[in-house]
Design a binder for this molecule. Structure first.
Ligand code: C2E
Ligand code: CA
Ligand code: CA
Ligand code: CA
Length: 283
């Protein structure tokens, strides 16, 4: 292979090179993008499966890039995670989402407190300022800690030691909800759940997708049923992701899931969209 010479690496896969160049460009422009305000947040409602009312919303960050247009988080969160920029970016998302939730609450006093879910990446979990930053953001906005839910992926907590769990435990003791995101994709021992300061399970989209087939695979249904009953026995609420059809919603409700999120209810969108939705519920 060596004999192919130096060119080999340039010619081997031009698309991979282009992707690497883009990745490099995106990585180096992240800090300036944050300063210039190129990030924005879309919100996707979480709905009570029982009565279809809005429970809260998840904040999902996007980057409005001057050359590439709107980029989804899968394009830049891993880069931000790698360089550490996720810490200030995540802090910005938290601050912005909490401010928005407080605004919704004040606008719809009758509609009940609207809750806000914010994703935390592993680097944020490891950052020593997490608890202080979160407390400061909540205090500045006036949002009660119980209206905030921080989502941590199952994979970020696999094998987590007490040092890593301590900040989550502190936040949980303050009343902040902690959700285990993408549940079912990792390999966490179900018994391990008891050890984690978590009070919500977010069942990964892959489970919901398994139900798309009709008739749904009875084994898939049994698995979901088992997870839900275990979660409830541990006093965890269960949210399901990726609900795309009414039939899935009905089935997941029958299986005992508490809340749901997905295109069937609403795609992620600007805050005004959710505003109208929760207003409709309040009447
Ligand atoms: P996630 O936390 O699992 O978020 C759910 C993803 O599923 C979102 O993708 C959402 O748009 C998508 N989704 C919602 N409903 C449906 C549906 O019915 N069908 C299908 N096929 N997809 C649905 P999105 O917005 O592209 O976000 C991708 C991931 O990026 C998120 O996955 C989360 O891990 C990460 N992310 C997003 N915002 C942030 C953030 O502010 N901070 C961090 N650290 N990560 C974030
Ligand atoms: Ca999430
Ligand atoms: Ca998820
Ligand atoms: Ca995911």
């Amino acid at each position: 292979a060596k004999s192919a010479g130096g060119n080999r690496f340039e010619l081997a896969d031009p698309e991979a090179d282009a992707r690497a160049i883009t990745r490099h460009g995106l990585t180096t422009s992240l800090p300036a993008a944050l300063e210039r305000g190129e990030f924005f947040i879309e919100y996707q409602p979480l709905v009570h499966l029982g009565d279809g009312t809005v429970h809260g919303a998840e904040a999902l960050v996007r980057w409005c890039h001057p050359q590439h247009g709107v980029l989804g988080p899968d394009r830049f969160i891993p880069l931000a995670e790698h360089t550490g920029l996720i810490v200030p970016l995540g802090r910005w998302v938290l601050q912005e989402a909490v401010r928005q939730a407080r605004f919704w609450q004040q606008r719809h006093a009758d509609g009940g407190p609207l809750r806000i879910n914010v994703n935390l990446s592993p680097a944020q979990l490891h950052h020593p300022g997490l608890v202080a930053d979160t407390v400061a953001v909540l205090e500045r906005s006036g949002l009660e800690p119980g209206a905030l839910c921080l989502e941590v992926t199952e994979s970020a907590l696999i094998g987590a030691d007490e040092d890593l769990l301590k900040p989550l435990r502190q936040l949980s003791e303050m009343g902040v909800d902690i959700a285990l995101d993408d549940f079912g994709t990792g390999y966490s021992n179900l018994a391990n759940l008891r050890r984690l300061p978590v009070n919500v399970l977010k069942l990964d989209r892959s489970f919901t997708q398994g139900m798309q087939r009709s008739p749904a695979d009875p084994v898939d249904l049994k698995i979901v049923e088992g997870i839900v009953s275990l979660a409830h026995s541990l006093e965890l609420a269960v949210t399901v992701e990726g609900v795309e059809t009414g039939a899935q919603a009905v089935q997941l409700r029958e299986l005992g899931c508490d809340t749901a999120q997905g295109w069937y209810y609403a795609r992620p969108g600007p805050p005004e969209k959710l505003h109208a939705l929760s207003l409709a519920d309040a009447v």
